[in-house]
Design a protein. Structure first.
Length: 442
């Protein structure tokens, strides 16, 4: 089965790396891919973050010409724009939810209202489309709030505020200054919850839910969780913060009711349902939902997943509009039958970022040392913001450049191995956190 992975980040590199291990994986393509995915398969210039008719037609034509039977959509923007809907054709399976389901991530105001209606635990919140009304509200608040752009903002549209002055600045930044573009036309102002934040990803095939191993990521740029939010500076898995009893609560009070609430609205969810949760004194509460594999949580999970990812994705996505060319639907993989076992060891992902990130940064800086890092025990380096020049030189091409991952007998060993691997890699201005996992290691 030939496979096309859409996206250019470390998540897509990690998914491609795992898909390549499947005995059913034939040719593997990436669009647009990055400097690392070219070593796994073939990068093709079909997609550049924008979904329009021309893009859809180009991808569709490529898939027909190259007998691609499985399309994996990594990023949230194309899912929200309906790429999964538009690429679904007879004889082709698309992994990723349709636009109506992806709205759970693309519209935080919609998500908040759905959670309220289904009595799913979440932070109290108000939704605003008027800048003056939002300012007046945050000025009146006596307790800290979180201000969120309702639309997609590459994981950066959330400002955690300590007081009313910071909240006013956040409202101005998002609604007046349009720091996140149209994503900030509507904002959500919610109470600031206290506790540990965790990531829980689940596979959903429309009716059945299979929860993956829990993870925890670190969004702030600086060690000790200080500084502005980023797309994610590292993660680890599993986390001891979620035990079996708490997992049962999350499944029964959050995941199942969410899938049921979508079904009541006529939406069948197929894909990854990613819950960002705050573990408060009053129990777990939803911070946000994402409609795809998390980044960088995916990198840690793929290192530990023992099963066949291609089979798993087929089981989640289903046979598609027609089973022609794909075998009998009766023989199609089922989610409760595929191997979803895990390596018992811990895994850590450390993000190496460009100097200046999450603000302005330079591109085109040469990178060295990846081979030396990959040679270390338990280490795997996934590329994110990289590309190659015409002469074959690997250079930086984004804010988050590399995902340096490692497995170890425990979290401490995995962290030490990942940090040692980062020390082998060099590019001008590189920055990374050496404390991934510190919240539980303390």
């Amino acid at each position: 089965m030939n496979v096309l992975v859409i996206g250019s980040g470390g998540r897509e590199h990690a998914l491609g790396w795992k898909l390549k291990q499947s005995p059913r994986c034939g040719k593997l393509f990436f669009t647009p891919g990055n400097g690392g995915t070219s070593f796994l398969g073939t990068n093709v210039a079909l997609f550049n973050d924008k979904v329009d008719t021309k893009t859809v037609d180009a991808i569709d034509y490529f898939c027909r010409q190259n007998q691609v039977e499985l399309i994996v959509i990594g990023p949230e923007d194309p899912l929200a724009a309906g790429l999964a809907d538009r690429l679904a054709k007879p004889g082709r399976t698309v992994f990723g939810p349709v636009a109506a389901a992806a709205r759970l991530e693309a519209d935080k105001a919609y998500c908040k209202q759905l959670l309220r209606n289904a009595s799913i635990p979440t932070a109290e919140a108000r939704i605003f489309t008027n800048h003056s009304a939002a300012l007046a509200y945050v000025q009146s608040r006596e307790t800290p709030v979180v201000v969120k752009a309702a639309g997609l903002a590459k994981g950066k549209g959330v400002v955690v505020c300590d007081d009313a002055a910071q909240a006013q600045d956040a409202v101005n930044l998002i609604m007046r200054d349009h720091a996140f573009g149209e994503a900030g036309d509507t904002i959500v102002v919610e109470e600031r919850l206290v506790g540990q934040e965790v990531s829980l990803l689940a596979l959903v095939d429309g009716r059945n839910i299979f929860v993956l191993e829990p993870a925890q990521d670190h969004k702030q740029i600086g060690e000790g969780d200080v500084g502005p939010n980023t797309g994610g500076m590292g993660s680890y898995s599993p986390t001891p913060l979620i035990d079996d009893a708490l997992m049962a609560v999350i499944e029964s009070q959050i995941l199942v009711p969410t899938v049921d609430a979508l079904r009541r609205e006529g939406v069948e969810y197929r894909g990854v349902l990613y819950a960002g949760l705050m573990l408060t004194a009053g129990g777990p509460k939803v911070l946000e939902f994402n409609c795809r594999f998390g980044d960088p949580e995916t990198q840690t999970l793929m290192l530990r997943l023992k099963g066949d990812l291609l089979e798993i994705m087929l089981a989640v996505a289903g046979p598609g509009p027609s089973s022609a060319g794909q075998g009998s639907p009766a023989n199609w993989p089922k989610l409760d039958e595929v191997d979803l076992s895990w390596d018992p060891r811990c895994s850590v992902c450390v993000v190496m970022a460009s100097g200046g990130y999450p603000g302005d940064y330079k591109k085109g800086i040469p990178i060295t040392g990846i081979e030396a890092a990959n040679a270390l025990e338990g280490v795997r380096v996934f590329h994110a913001g990289t590309t190659t020049t015409r002469d074959g030189t690997l250079v930086t091409a984004g804010g988050r450049v590399l995902n340096v991952c490692a497995v170890g007998a425990d979290l401490k060993e995995a962290q030490a191995r990942a940090n040692a691997a980062c020390a082998k890699i060099h590019f001008e201005g590189a920055q990374y956190r050496r404390d991934i996992g510190f919240r539980v290691m303390k």
